[in-house]
Write a protein that binds this ligand. Structure first.
Ligand code: ZN
Length: 466
C-alpha cells in the first residue's frame, strides 16, 4: 500500500519550525519517507507532533471542581497534625468519589476525558491506574475489568494509551495496612504480576503497558525489588509518584533515612525507562542526580498548583540536562498549553525573572518547553511518538485563521500558542495516520459526552446505585 503524503508550510523539527515539509504516512499509521512523485494533501501552516500526557488518573476527571470548598475540620486519614485544607484533605474527597465508580462508569468517564485530551492536542496518555477492585476490596469477576475499561475508552476515543497498572500495598512508610477506602487499590506482588502479564499480552502500536509503583510509601522495598526483577518488567516504562508532598519527604527521612529521590537513586538502577512523577521537592544534589539518571521528571503544574504541592526547580534541572514531560494528572485542566504555561509562570513568580525556561541555544521559552515535553513525554510513554519524521504518525494542525496568530511568523507561533489567550488553536488531530479531530470536532464527541453526562449525574445524585 502506498503512503499518503501531507504538506505542511512549517513542520516542527526537534526544537522549532522548519520550512515547508512533505510528511508521508504508510499503511501501518507510521511516518515514512515521502516519495516525490506522490501528490500531497495540504494540512495547513503549522504542523506539530501530538503531545504525550505522561500522567493521568482518568476517574478524577469526574470530580474536578468538587474539592474547591473549604474543608477545614474534616478528617484526613493517614496523616496526623492540623486538618487545614491540603493534599491530604483533598485525598479524602477523592477517595469518597473513587468508591462509587465501577467499570462502566470508568469507561464512560475516561472516554470523555480522552476526547477532551485529543481536542487539546494530547495524542498519548499514560494512565497511572490504581482503581482495580470492587469498593470492598474484592476483585471483580474479571480482575482486569477496570484496566480493560480504560483500554476500551482509549480505543473508542482514538488516543494512544500507556496503561500503567499500579502496585499499591501499604498505607504509609511504616508498612501500615491499607485503610478501608484504599482497599480497592491493593494487590500482593503475585496478583499484580498476573495482571501485568495479562495486559502486556495486549500491547499494540496504540497500547503500551508499563509498571507503576504508587509511591515509596505504598510499596515496600522487597515488593519493589520483586516487581522490577520479574519477567513482566522487561523493556517497559516504570512510573512512580516520588516527592509530591513535604510530609511524604519527612516520613521517608524518618523511616528510610533518606529523601525519596535520593533513596530511589541509591537503591534502584534508575535509568531512562523511569518517570518520577511529581519530583517536586528536590535538593540541589537530588536535582543533579535525577538529571544525570536519564529518568523523566513527570510534571503536572496545574494539579500541583491546585493541590498546593510546591514548585519543581526547573532552571537547575534543565541546566543539568534533565528530561521532563507534562501530565494533566487530576484533570482540573486538560490542556498542554496550560501545563506548559504554568510550568513557566510558577518559576517566574518565585524567581521574579522572565523566560526562565529559555536557553542560550534556543531563546524561545515556548519552544524549549514544548520540545522537552515532546521528547520526555515520548520517553515516559514508551511509544514511538513525538516527531514528524519517524514513528507513529501523530500530528496536530494549528488554526492558522485564529486572530491569535495574526501577524506572527513561525519563530513566534509556539510562544503565541502557549502564552497568549485561551481559545484552542488545535484544529485537526491525527493519531496513527487517522484524523480523530477535524475542524475542532472529535469524530464521536456528541455521543461520548451524552453518555458521560448520564454517568456523572447518577454518580453525583445516586451514589448508592453502583
Ligand atoms: Zn498521580
Amino acid at each position: 500500500m502506498s503512503a499518503k503524503v501531507f504538506l505542511a508550510d512549517h513542520a516542527w523539527r526537534d526544537a522549532g519550525f522548519s520550512g515547508s515539509a512533505r510528511l508521508a504516512v504508510d499503511g501501518t499509521g507510521a511516518f515514512a519517507q515521502p516519495q516525490a512523485a506522490v501528490e500531497g494533501e495540504p494540512l495547513g501552516r503549522y504542523v506539530v507532533p501530538g503531545m504525550p500526557n505522561l500522567h493521568s488518573h482518568a476517574f478524577q476527571r469526574a470530580m474536578a471542581g468538587l474539592a474547591e470548598r473549604s474543608n477545614t475540620g474534616a478528617p484526613a486519614s493517614g496523616r496526623s497534625g492540623p486538618q487545614e485544607d491540603s493534599f491530604w484533605t483533598w485525598r479524602e474527597v477523592m477517595y469518597a468519589f473513587a468508591g462509587r465508580i465501577g467499570p462502566d462508569d470508568l469507561r464512560a468517564i475516561a472516554t470523555q476525558l480522552y476526547v477532551e485530551m485529543l481536542k487539546a492536542g494530547y495524542t498519548q496518555v499514560c494512565e497511572f491506574h490504581y482503581l482495580h477492585h470492587q469498593p470492598d476490596g474484592r476483585p471483580y469477576a474479571d480482575p482486569a475489568a477496570m484496566s480493560l475499561a480504560l483500554i476500551d475508552a482509549a480505543r473508542e476515543a482514538g488516543i494512544g494509551l500507556t496503561l500503567l497498572p499500579t502496585l499499591y500495598m501499604t498505607g504509609g512508610f511504616d508498612g501500615r495496612p491499607l485503610s478501608e477506602r484504599q482497599r480497592r487499590f491493593g494487590h500482593d506482588v503475585d496478583a499484580y504480576l498476573r495482571l501485568l502479564e495479562r495486559l502486556r499480552a495486549l500491547e499494540s502500536p496504540l497500547l503500551r503497558v508499563g509498571i507503576a509503583l504508587h509511591s515509596l510509601r505504598a510499596v515496600p522495598e522487597d515488593a519493589l525489588r520483586a516487581v522490577l526483577a520479574s519477567d513482566a518488567a522487561r523493556d517497559c516504562p516504570i512510573h512512580i509518584h516520588i516527592a509530591e508532598q513535604i510530609g511524604e519527604v519527612q516520613d521517608c527521612l524518618a523511616i528510610r533515612h533518606a529523601r525519596p529521590v535520593d533513596w530511589l537513586l541509591d537503591h534502584v538502577d534508575v535509568d531512562a525507562r523511569w518517570c518520577l512523577v511529581h519530583a517536586t521537592h528536590l535538593t540541589e544534589r537530588e536535582t543533579r542526580r535525577l538529571a544525570a539518571s536519564g529518568a523523566v521528571a513527570g510534571l503536572c503544574p496545574t494539579t500541583e498548583a491546585n493541590l498546593g504541592d510546591g514548585l519543581f526547580p526547573l532552571k537547575p534541572y534543565l541546566d543539568a540536562g534533565g528530561a521532563l514531560g507534562i501530565g494533566s494528572d487530576s484533570h482540573i485542566s486538560v490542556s498542554p498549553v496550560e501545563e506548559l504555561r504554568w510550568l513557566e509562570y510558577g518559576q517566574r513568580l518565585v524567581t521574579r525573572h522572565r523566560n526562565v525556561g529559555a536557553s542560550a541555544a534556543v531563546p524561545s521559552t515556548g519552544e524549549v518547553l514544548f520540545a522537552h515535553a515532546l521528547a520526555g513525554g515520548a520517553r515516559a510513554s514508551g511509544a514511538a511518538i513525538g516527531r514528524l519524521d519517524a514513528g507513529r504518525a501523530d500530528l496536530l494542525v494549528l488554526d492558522e485563521a485564529s486572530p491569535l496568530l495574526a501577524g506572527r511568523d513561525a519563530a513566534h507561533a509556539i510562544d503565541t500558542w502557549i502564552f497568549s489567550g485561551n481559545s484552542n488553536l488545535v484544529r485537526d488531530v491525527m493519531v496513527a495516520g487517522d484524523f480523530v479531530v477535524r475542524g475542532f470536532r472529535h469524530r464521536d464527541e456528541a455521543r461520548i459526552a451524552a453518555r458521560y453526562r448520564d454517568v456523572v449525574e447518577r454518580l453525583a445524585h445516586h451514589p448508592g446505585d453502583t
